[in-house]
Design a protein around this ligand. Structure first.
Ligand code: PLP
Length: 445
């Protein structure tokens, strides 16, 4: 079969499944209904059969400026035509430029950075760094949080009530590695607690020497679960009191919610912070940053105190150029761009709430700027436990599938966060709401 010009979904699926397990290279790309996109531009995607969708998936969130954003693409192309290859020896001009830009624009606790490729590499390096600094081994993660595919981190990402049992507080949840091949021994230093539960942090710290607590400042793996008032401040205080490092995983929240990420919005400074996704608008780049005294462990003179940092493609010039242009663009348009996406987010939130109330569907909208989630439960969740106890997963999926049929792409995985981009317009939001109403009316009949 000539796959250089695939024309039909079924053919492509069959072809790819013959050569790639399940036809996909990342677990969450298996969706029902199956889909294959062939083009993305701005706020839109086109599938293999030529249908257009307004996209709210944004490839799991990196496309904050929209798909195929010309200035960023151009920067990536320019670096190649200038002959700025990956040299793999010595310092690089472009890495230094990006690092300076990040340290000056993010501000707060970011005084030095290291550049990696993916969020998973960056979060696992942040954990390694925290262990090297504190000389402790254990760390805390959130029930329902996702911090990357590394064995120790990929635990309790999304579980059913049967798997994790009744709410635990204060205390820790049984460990549930994400898939086969991860042994419980790989995760023996990991402790899982609920988001928004400070008492459990104390509980764990009394029992184990904790190197770090890693969390997204807003849990966006399970929609948009916001920190309650004073929660992040409480984490900061406990870290200072109990001697562990506070790591904010801003892979999804960074640059999307503000140039300084959600740390700048909350005013809480983590010890280490990880960025990815929106930092390079779709190109593979991730960053670990923090105060000089912490980051300099990466070049500690004593090899026994120095955490290993390596990667053939770390600081790849194409991704670095893309990040440089993305962050410059965000900085140049900061005053207009963030308020504009906030206004689109408000329009979406108000519209959805109106529809839910009109059709008597129990639900609420949790939102931060361009990121939103519609939970079919009466109140916004404070953690995963609330969601698995109260959210209507069946209806959520039906709603998403109905929207896809109408040309609006909400990824068909219940609770997953939706992402508006700077390329979306009021017209796109209104079209989406029109379809949302049509699907809701049909489901509530
Ligand atoms: C909060 C968070 N951290 C880390 C990661 C891992 O990033 P990557 O998929 O680039 O390895 C993700 C990916 O979805 C994420 O959402």
């Amino acid at each position: 079969m000539d796959m250089s010009k695939p024309t039909r979904l079924a053919d492509l699926l069959r072809h790819n499944q013959a050569y790639i397990p399940a036809g996909i290279s990342s677990a969450n790309r298996i969706v029902d209904p199956p889909i294959a996109f062939v083009k993305g531009q701005g706020a839109y995607l086109w599938d293999i059969d030529g249908r257009r969708y307004i996209d709210y998936h944004a490839a799991f969130a990196p496309y904050f400026l929209g798909h195929n954003f010309a200035p960023v693409n151009q920067a990536a192309m320019d670096v190649l035509s200038a002959g700025d290859s990956l040299f793999g020896a010595g310092v690089s001009v472009i890495e230094g430029r990006l690092a300076e830009l990040l340290c000056t624009k993010i501000g707060g606790a970011v005084q030095k950075v290291v550049l990696l490729n993916t969020g998973s590499e960056a979060t696992s390096f942040a954990i390694r760094l925290s262990r090297a600094i504190t000389q402790r081994k254990h760390f805390i993660v959130m029930q329902g949080g996702y911090n990357g595919n590394h064995d120790e981190l990929a635990v309790n990402v999304f579980n059913s009530l049967e798997e994790i049992g009744p709410r635990v507080s204060p205390g820790e949840y049984p460990l549930r590695p994400l898939g086969a091949g991860t042994t419980i021994e790989d995760t023996r230093f990991v402790h899982v607690i609920n988001f928004n539960d400070l008492e459990s942090v104390r509980y764990i710290c009394r029992r184990y020497p904790i190197a770090a607590l890693i969390t997204e400042p807003i849990l966006q793996n399970i929609g948009v679960v916001k920190p309650q008032a004073q929660y992040l401040q409480g984490l900061r205080r406990l870290a200072d009191e109990l001697g562990f490092l506070l790591i904010f995983d801003e892979v999804k929240t960074g640059f999307r919610h503000a140039l300084g990420g959600y740390s700048s919005i909350s005013g809480v400074k983590p010890d280490l912070v990880v960025y990815g996704k929106a930092i390079a608008n779709g190109f593979p780049l991730a960053v670990v940053g923090g105060r000089t005294e912490f980051m300099d462990y990466a070049s500690h003179p004593d090899p026994l105190r120095r955490p290993f940092l390596a990667g053939t493609y770390n600081g790849h010039p194409v991704a670095v150029a893309a990040a440089l242009r993305t962050v410059q663009y965000l900085a140049e348009h900061e005053k207009t761009l963030y308020p504009a996406v906030e206004a689109l987010g408000q329009r979406m939130e108000a519209g959805i709430l109106k529809i839910l109330s009109k059709y008597g569907m129990k639900g609420c909208v949790a939102r931060q700027g361009s990121a939103f989630a519609c939970y079919l439960m009466s109140e916004q969740p404070r953690d995963l436990h609330d969601i698995i106890e109260k959210h209507d997963f069946r209806m959520d999926l039906a709603l998403r599938r109905g929207l896809i049929e109408e040309g609006v792409f909400f990824i068909p995985i219940a609770t997953k966060q939706c992402s508006i981009s700077a390329a979306h317009t009021e017209g796109d939001i209104d079209f989406t709401l029109e379809k949302f109403e049509k699907v809701t009316a049909r489901l509530m009949k």
